[in-house]
Write a protein that binds this ligand. Structure first.
Ligand SMILES: [Zn+2]
Length: 274
């Protein structure tokens, strides 16, 4: 799973995925629209009664932000999960004792990823995130100010490779991470939509500095030489053609505008692939 936005628990279930299939979750950054349903996903997919996970699973994401202009230390992924487990301790304790479910906390391997400092030489290079028998995951820092770190992830498997941009402004590092990938799933923003609606300058500025136009997503896809660009997590409304035509002006390959529940084939068909 990549990010845990609103509706992810139901969407995963409707896609035929069950908790027992869950091995690891990857959090790009800690904006609430990317993590609000992480507690719900874990609580809904835990233990035999719900076909949930009963062995160790991993949740990996950004660590604490100790340099933020807001001051103090902002919570990281481990904090988020630990606090959620405390908040739902009544339910967890009840189910451990009443339904003989395993201890949820003991099943979770939550990792604050060690990420390069922004602006350092290492920040321009991909770093290792996770590996098991089926997938190798690498990450790179992307530009989503003032959120730091914000991450993109690349998933390499025998069947092919997929890259998720997370939230980012047009980012050269992302093109490095996505080099030659089969599919690039990239966010996009329609700045005209927000300008026309008269949104506040601070909000418009955030959209401009922290997100990517469809033209920009097309440029990144072209620079990376990916096989397919899928635009997803779209900010501001427009018809699918509005998004795809702007990206296609800069990228020769296929461009899709993702709909909820949509599936994309990667590489050669694999019988067990979902
Ligand atoms: Zn964000």
């Amino acid at each position: 799973m990549v990010d845990f936005g609103l509706g992810c628990t139901r969407a995963a279930h409707e896609a035929g995925l069950r908790g027992k299939d869950f091995a690891a979750g990857f959090v790009t950054h800690l904006h609430s629209d990317h993590v609000v349903e992480l507690p719900g996903f874990l609580l809904w997919n835990w233990g035999d009664p719900v076909e949930g996970f009963t062995g160790p699973v991993s949740v990996l994401g950004p660590g604490r932000d100790e340099t933020h202009p807001a001051g103090g230390t902002l919570a990281g992924t481990r904090d988020l999960v630990a606090h959620a487990l405390r908040a739902y301790s009544y339910d967890i304790d009840i189910r451990v004792h009443d339904e003989a479910r395993p201890d949820l906390a003991a099943l979770l391997r939550t990792v604050d990823l060690a990420t390069p400092a922004h602006g350092s030489a290492e920040a321009a290079r991909p770093f290792e995130v996770y590996e098991d028998s089926r997938v190798k995951v690498t990450g790179i820092l992307v530009e989503h100010p003032p959120v730091r770190p914000a991450l993109a992830f690349r998933f390499d498997t025998d069947a092919g490779s997929v890259v998720f941009s997370g939230d980012t402004a047009e980012c050269a590092g992302l093109a490095v991470l996505a080099q030659g990938a089969d599919v690039l799933v990239h966010e996009a923003v329609n700045l005209d939509f927000y300008a026309d609606k008269g949104f506040a300058p601070a909000f418009l500025n955030h959209q401009r500095l922290s997100h990517t136009t469809p033209e920009g997503a097309g440029r990144v896809a072209a620079a990376a030489g990916v096989g397919r660009l899928v635009l997803s997590h779209l900010a501001g409304r427009a018809e699918p053609e509005w998004w795809s035509s702007r990206a296609a002006a800069f990228f020769d390959g296929p461009v899709d505008v993702a709909a909820s529940g949509q599936r994309f084939a990667v590489g050669a068909p694999v019988a067990s692939a979902v």
